[in-house]
Design a protein around this ligand. Structure first.
Ligand code: SAM
Length: 227
C-alpha cells in the first residue's frame, strides 16, 4: 500500500487546534472547569513555569532580555516574562493556542505572537525557551529540534521534557491502557543523559536544573549555557 501515515507534527498540530486546544486551554487557565487530573497537571506545569521565572528574578536580568519562546502554548511563560520587561517573541504551531495567548496578554505588542513551526524559526535571541514540547516528538526529531533552537540562542537555551526512567516508562504503560480523550497524541519520554549529550555536542553546558513531579505531571527542566 502507498498510504502514508501522518507525521507526529501533523497529528500534534491538528490536536492542539481541536480537542487538545479545549483541554489545554483549561489546564493552562485559572478556571474551575478542570477535573482532578487536569488540576494536578495545572499545578505541576505552573511549578515548571515558576522555576524559569525564578531564575530571571534571581538574576535580575529580565528587562530588555530578548526571548524566543518556541511552542509557547497559551503564553503561560511568555506573558509573565513580558510583564517583567523582557522582549518576548512567542510562537506555536497551533493557531488556536496562539490566539488564546494573544487574548490573555496584557500588552498587545509584547509578547509578539506568531503561528510558526519551531523548525522554521529564525533570528537570534539572548535566551531560547522550549517548555514541554519535546514530549510530542521521538528522540530523533527532538534532537533536530534542539539543534535548531540552539542555533537561535546567543547565550542560553532552556528546555523541559518528560524524563525517561523505569518508573515513568511503567506509569506511561499503565496510562496508555486507560482509554481517554487525551490519547489523541503519543507521549515520548526522553533520557536526560541523551538530552545532555545533544546539548554538550552543540557547545552548551548545564548551569541549573530543576525537576517537577506531581501525580500526573513530570518534567525535567534544564538551563544550558554556551561554553
Ligand atoms: N510551552 C507551553 C507551556 O509550557 O505552557 C505549551 C506546552 S504544550 C504541552 C505543547 C505546545 O507545543 C502546544 O501548544 C503545541 O501546539 C506546541 N507545538 C508542538 N509541536 C510544535 C512545533 N513543531 N512547533 C511549534 N510548536 C509546537
Amino acid at each position: 500500500s502507498t498510504k502514508k501515515s501522518p507525521k507526529d507534527k501533523d497529528i500534534v498540530r491538528d490536536y492542539f487546534n481541536s480537542t487538545g486546544f479545549d483541554r489545554w486551554r483549561r489546564i493552562y487557565g485559572e478556571g474551575g472547569d478542570v477535573n482532578r487530573v487536569q488540576l494536578d497537571i495545572r499545578t505541576g506545569h505552573q511549578q515548571t513555569v515558576d522555576y524559569v521565572l525564578g531564575w530571571f528574578k534571581n538574576d535580575k536580568n529580565a528587562v530588555g532580555h530578548t526571548i524566543c519562546d518556541a511552542g509557547c502554548g497559551t503564553g503561560s511563560l511568555s506573558i509573565p516574562l513580558a510583564e517583567m520587561g523582557a522582549k518576548v517573541y512567542a510562537s506555536d504551531i497551533s493557531e488556536k493556542m496562539v490566539g488564546e495567548g494573544k487574548s490573555r496578554a496584557t500588552d498587545p505588542e509584547n509578547p509578539v505572537f506568531e503561528v510558526k513551526d519551531l523548525a522554521s524559526l529564525s533570528g537570534e535571541y539572548d535566551t531560547v525557551i522550549c517548555l514541554d514540547v519535546l514530549i510530542h516528538y521521538p528522540d530523533q526529531d527532538s534532537e533536530a529540534m534542539i539543534a535548531h533552537l540552539a542555533s537561535l540562542a546567543k547565550s542560553r537555551l532552556i528546555l523541559s521534557f518528560a524524563p525517561k526512567n523505569p518508573y515513568y516508562v511503567l506509569m506511561k504503560k499503565v496510562g496508555d491502557m486507560v482509554p481517554g480523550p487525551s490519547k489523541a497524541t503519543r507521549a515520548y519520554l526522553h533520557k536526560e543523559s541523551d538530552v545532555r549529550r545533544v546539548l554538550e555536542g552543540l557547545g552548551f553546558k548545564i548551569k541549573r536544573k530543576e525537576f517537577t513531579a506531581t501525580s500526573f505531571y513530570f518534567s525535567r527542566l534544564l538551563e544550558a549555557v554556551r561554553n
